[in-house]
Design a protein around this ligand. Structure first.
Ligand code: GLU
Length: 465
């Protein structure tokens, strides 16, 4: 069985790079009918862990990704880590080191002077004497000297490092007894039965150390997949300004979660040149072995394009529900489908769509004065007045086609062109000259609403003069 995990360090929220890692682990586990587990790496940040887990849970709920069982908190597992530290001490695979900070600094200075890489010199590795008084020791693991550690990374291929080049007998427990990062990660992954570790390649240098721990304890070593980072379009580390922000910020900006997941799956993985992937397709096609070897660049335009695609193809009910988050409540509106239809083709985000909807649903609070000057000359005002009177006389206007027919009749009868009416009418309806099809807007606003809005504009113009 494939068991994967997402192991965020609680920074208070889930960011986009984290979500991509989570998605890859999720897809791989679900595709193989395995398990996807969540582990909160909160050994340093005990106080924030609950909030962070909540924030992550909230983001997961929004994206629709789900994990199995309850989250595991490292901060609650110190007893387990202690037990394994003791086991290594008992088996003589780890030892107490009594070196003081001053001695360590001294050693480092000497090594630097000799132009050597600073490293612990192993002076307590086989120490048998009387420990110095007053020093709380750290625990160091015995790294097998002279060995080469090799593993087959599912993305990078064969990774091979000489332990002497990259590590010394590293600390697994600090002098206050708390365990260190690489130690707890290895213990947890082993005890949680993780078979596949998919994570950012910023962790690649940790993996050999974790393998040392696995080997010392006789644990099975999982498969590793180290995913290249997401870069900004300039090839630099992705910053907040580029889009490296809280996943929930994407919700607030009006992105659909499926668009974001689709965007993220492609940021580092591809299947031919296909761009659009439903969750069902991702599950069918994703394989971590196909993750790109080189870093991928965040492309905000593409995310917008994908979002527009998903908005265009979303069912009415879904969009109506999503728009509520942005203050648009149209569940009871008799023209809600016309409204959604006319906006979804032209909206890149839900936020944009909501703003456009509110512009139609609410009477204009003010008017674009430039447009008023340009399009509401004396003759246009007369046309608007006439239009209003004609409208009052007319029954059975409901759909956009009804209004289209009515407008055409009105124009013919008065020997006018659409351009004499359209912009003035738009200004009356929405306050400026930007709106979807005028017939859609007329239908949504409805006869009573149109009359009211024309009167409101006429009053406004009168006050102006
Ligand atoms: N907690 C680590 C991070 O947030 C991930 C550790 C791992 O995946 O092994 O970067």
């Amino acid at each position: 069985m494939v068991v994967t995990r997402f192991a965020p360090s609680p920074t208070g929220y889930l960011h986009i790079g984290g979500l991509r890692t989570a998605l890859y682990n999720y897809l791989w586990a679900r595709k193989n009918h395995g398990k996807f587990l969540l582990r909160i790496e909160d050994t340093d940040l005990k106080r924030n862990s609950k909030e962070a887990a909540k924030a992550i849970e909230e983001a997961f709920n929004w994206t629709g990704l789900s994990y199995d069982g309850d989250p595991i908190y490292q901060s609650q597992r110190f007893d387990i880590y202690k037990e394994y530290i003791q086991k290594l001490l008992d088996e003589n695979k780890a030892y107490y080191c009594y070196m003081t900070k001053e001695e360590l600094d001294e050693l480092r200075k000497e090594q630097m002077a000799r132009k050597e890489r600073p490293r612990y010199d192993g002076r307590y590795r086989d120490f048998k004497g009387e420990p110095p008084k007053g020093v709380e020791p750290v625990v160091r693991i015995k790294v097998p000297q002279g060995e080469t550690i090799e593993f087959e990374d599912g993305i990078k291929g064969k990774v091979s490092v000489k332990v002497d080049d990259v590590m010394d007998d590293f600390i697994i427990a600090r002098s206050d007894g708390t365990p260190t990062y690489n130690f707890v990660v290895a213990i947890d992954d082993a005890l949680m039965g993780i078979t596949d570790v998919i994570r950012g390649d910023d962790h690649l240098s940790n993996t050999p150390k974790q393998i040392v721990v696995y080997k010392a304890l006789g644990f099975d070593i999982p498969k590793f997949y180290h995913v290249p980072m997401i870069l900004n379009p300039q090839g630099k580390k992705l910053s907040k300004r580029d889009g490296a922000m809280d996943v929930m910020e994407y919700k607030r900006m009006g992105y659909l979660p499926e668009a974001l997941l689709n965007f993220l799956v492609r940021l580092g993985w591809s299947y031919g040149d296909q761009e659009i992937f439903s969750m069902e397709e991702m599950l069918r096609l994703f394989d971590p072995h196909d993750i790109n070897k080189s870093a991928s660049a965040y492309n905000a335009e593409k995310l917008l394009w994908l979002n527009a695609h998903y908005i265009k193809n979303a069912p009415y009910e879904r969009l109506i529900k999503e728009l509520e988050f942005f203050g648009v409540h149209i569940d009871d509106h008799d023209k809600k489908e016309i409204l959604i239809d006319s906006l979804k083709e032209r909206s890149k985000t839900l936020k944009e769509m909501a703003e456009a909807a509110l512009k139609i649903l609410k009477e204009p609070a003010s008017y674009d004065e430039k447009a008023v000057k340009k399009f509401l000359k004396e003759e246009n005002i007369e046309i608007l007045k006439k239009f209003k009177e004609a409208l009052k006389e007319r029954e059975n206007l409901h759909l956009p086609v009804d209004y289209e027919e009515f407008v055409k009749e009105f124009l013919d009868k008065n020997e006018l062109k659409l351009k004499n009416l359209a912009q003035p009418l738009r200004i009356a309806l929405v306050g400026d000259t930007v709106s979807p099809s005028i017939y859609d807007v007329l239908s949504i606003v409805g006869k009573e609403g149109i009359i009211k809005r024309i009167e409101k504009l006429l009053n406004h113009l009168q006050e102006e003069n």
